[in-house]
Design a protein around this ligand. Structure first.
Ligand code: NOJ
Ligand code: CA
Length: 563
C-alpha cells in the first residue's frame, strides 16, 4: 500500500467525523471491538481471520461504526489467544499476512471506518526472540528487556505480587536461578519499561504500523508497563487464604507498586508525539476501579482516550449504574477522553449479566444508549448488536487458559458470530470451529436481524444513527438531571435529555419534547411527540431508555404513570 501523507492520513481515515469540523477525527466516534478469531472465517479452517473481516465489513458500515478495534493478529503461540506476541511486525498465518492488513485498512477506509490495532506492550510471549535470548544468556542485551529478580527467603518469589490470572506473578527460571515477572500467564513475561532499548523498540513498532496506515492503537494493559523501582511488595488489604476467584485475590492487594506508575505517562507522551505525526489516536485499556487513578492516565501528555472498564462488572442496580457512569464523567476535565465498554472479550456479556433473555437484552440496550450519548467513545463488543447472550461452552471444549474456574472463563463471550442459519452459521465452511457456537437460534443471526423492524440489530443501528444525526452535540457537557435519583438515571447534553429507568414501573418525567430514540418497540425514534398533546410529559417504561429533544426541563419530580 502506498503511504498516505502524514498530515492527511488521520482525516482520510474518518470522513464521517470530519465534515466541517476542527475536532479530532475520533471525537464522538462509535467504536466496535472485533474479536478476530470469532468474527468470520475466510479460509475455511474454523478460525476467524483477516479474509473474513474484509468480506464482512459491510456489517460494520450498516451498523454505523466509525472505528474498529481489531484484537491481535500477530504471530503467537496463542497461549492467551494473541495477547502473547512473538513478533510485533508480522501477521500470524492463521489470520493472513501483512498484505491482507493493508487490504483491510484500505477497504475499511473506503467505508469511512478507521482501524485501531491492539498494541500488547506490557508483556511479550515467552516465545518472542527477545525472551528466548534473555533466557538463554544472562549477559545478552535482551536480558534487561524483562524483569528478573533473585529469589526471596527460602527460594520464595521475590515479592508478593500476584498475577491477574491467579497465582504468583513470578516464575523461577531454573537455568539462571532468578525469577521473571509476569502480570498475566507465565508464558507472558513482563517487559522492563525502564530500559530505554524497550522504548525504542516500541517506537519502531508503532511507526511500522502507522506507515502501513493504521489509525491508532489500543494499548493493552496501559495501567501496567512501568513497575516501581526496586520491585517492593504491595501492601496487602485482606487475607487471600480463603479466596477462590482470581479477581478477589487481585483485589486483596493495594497495587501501589505493580501498576499505574507515573513514569508510564512519559511513555504515552512519547507514543503520542509519534501518533501526532500521523494523525493517529492513542487509546489505552486502563483497568482500574478508582476514577481518580483512571483519570490520571489521560491528558495533554497522556492517552487520548482511556477505556473505562467498570460498566463491564456493574449489576442492574440504579445506584451502582449511576456510580459507574458518573465516576469518570465527574472527575475528568475532558470527558470526551473516556472509552466506554458495556461488554467485552474478557467479561460475561451484559445481556447475561443483566438477567438474560429479552429482559437482559432490553437492559443491555438501555445501558448502551447511555454510553452512546455520554461524551467519549462507546465500544460495542462484537455480537452485542445482535443481543447475543453469553454462550455456554461445555468443559471439554473450553479454550480460555484462565477458564479452569467456570465463572472466570472468557470463552462464553468469545464464541463465533452467527451470520446466518444452517451449519457453520455463515461463520465458516469448516465442520468445526475453534469454540462452539453456543445455543444460538436463527433469530440471533445477522441475516434474520438486518432489515427486520424491531430486531436488536435495527435497534442498535437506530441508536447509532440518532447519535450521528446530532453530530456530537457540539461537545456539550453533561448535566445530571435534578431527578437523577431512585430508579431513574438521566442527563442533559445540549438539546437532548437521555433517561434510563432501571425500575419496573412506567414513569412520567418532567420533560416535554420530541422522541429521537427509544429502546423499545422498533427503536426507530419515530420523530413523534411522545404523548398525545404537545404539552404532555414524557412517559418512560421500566427497563428502558430514551433520548428526547427537549422543549424545556420542568422543575418537578417524576411520578409513576398510570399503567
Ligand atoms: C487484556 C485483554 O483484553 C485480555 O484478553 C488479555 O488476556 C490481557 N489484556 C493480557 O494481555
Ligand atoms: Ca480461518
Amino acid at each position: 500500500m502506498g503511504s498516505i501523507p502524514a498530515t492527511s492520513r488521520g482525516l482520510d481515515a474518518a470522513p464521517r467525523a470530519r465534515t466541517g469540523s476542527t475536532k479530532p477525527w475520533w471525537r464522538d466516534a462509535i467504536g466496535y471491538c472485533l474479536y478476530l478469531r470469532s468474527f468470520a472465517d475466510g479460509n475455511g479452517d474454523g478460525i476467524g481471520d483477516l479474509w473474513g473481516v474484509i468480506d464482512r465489513l459491510d456489517h460494520l458500515e450498516a451498523l454505523g461504526i466509525d472505528m474498529v478495534w481489531i484484537t491481535p493478529f500477530y504471530p503467537s503461540p496463542m497461549d492467551d489467544f494473541g495477547y502473547d506476541v512473538a513478533d510485533y511486525c508480522e501477521v500470524d498465518p492463521i489470520f493472513g499476512d501483512l498484505q491482507l492488513v493493508d487490504r483491510l485498512i484500505e477497504a475499511a477506509h473506503r467505508r469511512g471506518i478507521s482501524v485501531i490495532i491492539d498494541l500488547v506492550a506490557n508483556h511479550t510471549s515467552f516465545d518472542h526472540p527477545w525472551f528466548r535470548s534473555a533466557r538463554m544468556d544472562v549477559s545478552n542485551e535482551h536480558r534487561d528487556y524483562y524483569l528478573w529478580a533473585d529469589p526471596g527467603p527460602g527460594g520464595s518469589p521475590p515479592n508478593n505480587w500476584v498475577s491477574y490470572f491467579g497465582g504468583p506473578a513470578w516464575t523461577l527460571d531454573s537455568a539462571s536461578g532468578q525469577y521473571y515477572l509476569h502480570l498475566f500467564l507465565p508464558q507472558q513475561p513482563d517487559l522492563n519499561w525502564r530500559n530505554p532499548m524497550v522504548r525504542s523498540e516500541f517506537d519502531r513498532i508503532i511507526r511500522f504500523w502507522l506507515e502501513r496506515g493504521v489509525d491508532g492503537f489500543r494499548i493493552d494493559v496501559a495501567q501496567g508497563l512501568v513497575k516501581a523501582e526496586g520491585l517492593p511488595s504491595n501492601p496487602q488489604r485482606a487475607s487471600v487464604a480463603t479466596l477462590t476467584s482470581r479477581q478477589d485475590v487481585w483485589a486483596a492487594f493495594d497495587h501501589r507498586y505493580d501498576i499505574l506508575q507515573p513514569e508510564s505517562i512519559d511513555i504515552f507522551a512519547g507514543w503520542k508525539r509519534i501518533c501526532d505525526e500521523y494523525g493517529a489516536v492513542l487509546i489505552g485499556e486502563v483497568s482500574v476501579a478508582d476514577p481518580e487513578a483512571f483519570a490520571s492516565t489521560i491528558g495533554t501528555n497522556g492517552l487520548d482516550v482511556a477505556m473505562w472498564l467498570e460498566p463491564l462488572h456493574v449489576p442492574w442496580d440504579a445506584d451502582e449504574l449511576r456510580a459507574v457512569l458518573r465516576g469518570p464523567i465527574d472527575r475528568i476535565v475532558d470527558p470526551h477522553a473516556i472509552g466506554w465498554l458495556g461488554s467485552s472479550l474478557d467479561e460475561p456479556r451484559a445481556v447475561t449479566r443483566f438477567g438474560g433473555g429479552q429482559l437482559g437484552r432490553q437492559r443491555a440496550l438501555a445501558l448502551a444508549t447511555m454510553l452512546v450519548f455520554l461524551p467519549g467513545i462507546p465500544f460495542l463488543y462484537q455480537g452485542e448488536e445482535l443481543g447475543l447472550e453469553q454462550s455456554s461452552v461445555p468443559a471439554d471444549l473450553r479454550a480460555d487458559p484462565v477458564g479452569d474456574v467456570v465463572e472466570s472463563s472468557r470463552d462464553g463471550c468469545r464464541t463465533p458470530m452467527p451470520w446466518s442459519a444452517g451449519p457453520g452459521f455463515g461463520f465458516t465452511e469448516h465442520d468445526s470451529t475453534w469454540l462452539p457456537f453456543g445455543d444460538h437460534v436463527e433469530a440471533d443471526t445477522v441475516s434474520a436481524q438486518r432489515g427486520s423492524s424491531g430486531s436488536w440489530f435495527e435497534r442498535y443501528r437506530h441508536l447509532i444513527s440518532a447519535w450521528h444525526e446530532l453530530d456530537g452535540l457540539n461537545g456539550s457537557p453533561v448535566d445530571w438531571l435534578s431527578f437523577d435519583e431512585g430508579d431513574l438515571i438521566g442527563f442533559r447534553r445540549g438539546v437532548v435529555a437521555v433517561v434510563l429507568n432501571t425500575g419496573t414501573q412506567r414513569l412520567e418525567l418532567p420533560l416535554t419534547g420530541e422522541v429521537l430514540y427509544q429502546t423499545w418497540g422498533d427503536g426507530s425514534g419515530k420523530r413523534q411527540r411522545n404523548a398525545h398533546s404537545e404539552e404532555e410529559n414524557v412517559i418512560l417504561p421500566g427497563q428502558n431508555a430514551m433520548v428526547i429533544r427537549l422543549d424545556k426541563v420542568g422543575p418537578f419530580s417524576p411520578t409513576a404513570a398510570p399503567a
